[in-house]
Design a protein around this ligand. Structure first.
Ligand code: IPD
Ligand code: CA
Ligand code: CA
Ligand code: CA
Length: 258
């Protein structure tokens, strides 16, 4: 299944690339939440091909109405993760596809066609970037750790969420090497998986932002949890915390500090 999945995702990548380099109209789902015709076109392309190739899987996708769709044997799609980057030609944007069997992660693929980087993982088989095995960093000193995060779209309208973002940065920034906000949750998880970042956290993500990245990270030796250090629940948890494992406890402690 993985080879076929990758073949289709690479084809969809051509569409993303075409959109990235063209002038495009931008629509607003909310103040900070952008969408273009390419988000919809990439999603439709993937859904069309997946439903033919993998008819037993339900398809859950960002730009679709998912109300009556049951999560079980499912393919969870983010057609363009990092739409703000896509719109502004920041080359940090990707297609993210996570395959679940009986609600458990089975295959994850994250493809950035602009930088030609394809991350993939299958349960029990490790993680790969363009065919080369990747592993998390071995850094265990929080002060030397590069941490990534994201700002929720709700920070434009919800004062509590904005306060929470600022508070956590205030606590973490002096204690770590530095903080990045590159604008694609799927790639953030892959960057922890490849050892570029030691850790990553963010609030208010959706299942399609992380469905593939969490498998790619766990297969690369990383750890994923909610903000209490418990198992991260794809559709329920407010916070995701993802690290190389070595700094996990300290990141959790800092995220909970008052
Ligand atoms: C967004 C990106 C971003 C994160 C947002 C996500 P989208 O996804 O992953 O990094 O901070 O919370 O919603 O909307 O570009 O697919
Ligand atoms: Ca979006
Ligand atoms: Ca996304
Ligand atoms: Ca998206």
């Amino acid at each position: 299944m993985k080879d076929k999945l990758i073949e289709i995702i690479k084809e969809a990548g051509e569409l993303l690339k075409e959109g990235y380099f063209s002038n495009k109209e931008v629509n607003f789902k909310a103040k900070k939440d952008l969408v273009t015709k390419y988000d919809v076109a990439v999603e439709n392309f993937l859904k069309n091909r997946f439903s033919k190739e993998f008819p037993s899987f339900t398809l859950i996708a960002e730009e679709s109405d998912n109300t009556d769709i049951k999560f079980g044997d499912s393919i969870i799609i983010d057609p363009i993760d990092g739409t703000t980057n896509f719109v502004n030609q920041v080359p940090h944007t990707a297609i993210s596809v996570g395959v679940y069997k009986n609600k458990e992660p089975y295959i994850g693929v994250v493809y950035n066609p602009i930088l030609n980087e394809l991350y993939e993982a299958k349960t029990g088989c490790g993680s790969f970037l363009n065919g080369k095995k990747i592993e998390v960093s071995k850094e265990n000193d929080f002060q030397k750790s590069l941490i990534s995060t994201g700002f929720p779209y709700t920070s434009g309208s919800n004062q509590n969420d904005l306060n929470d973002v600022i508070k956590k940065i205030e606590i973490i920034l002096p204690k770590c090497q530095d903080i990045r906000r590159l604008g694609s949750a799927a790639l953030d998880l892959c960057y922890v998986a490849r050892g570029t970042y030691e850790g990553y956290y963010e609030m208010n993500l959706k299942a399609w932002d992380v469905s593939a990245g969490i498998l790619i990270l766990s297969e690369a030796g990383g750890k994923i949890s909610n903000i209490n250090g418990e198992e991260y629940k794809l559709f329920d948890d407010k916070y995701i915390v993802a690290t190389n494992g070595y700094i996990h406890k300290e990141l959790i402690l800092n995220l909970n500090a008052k």
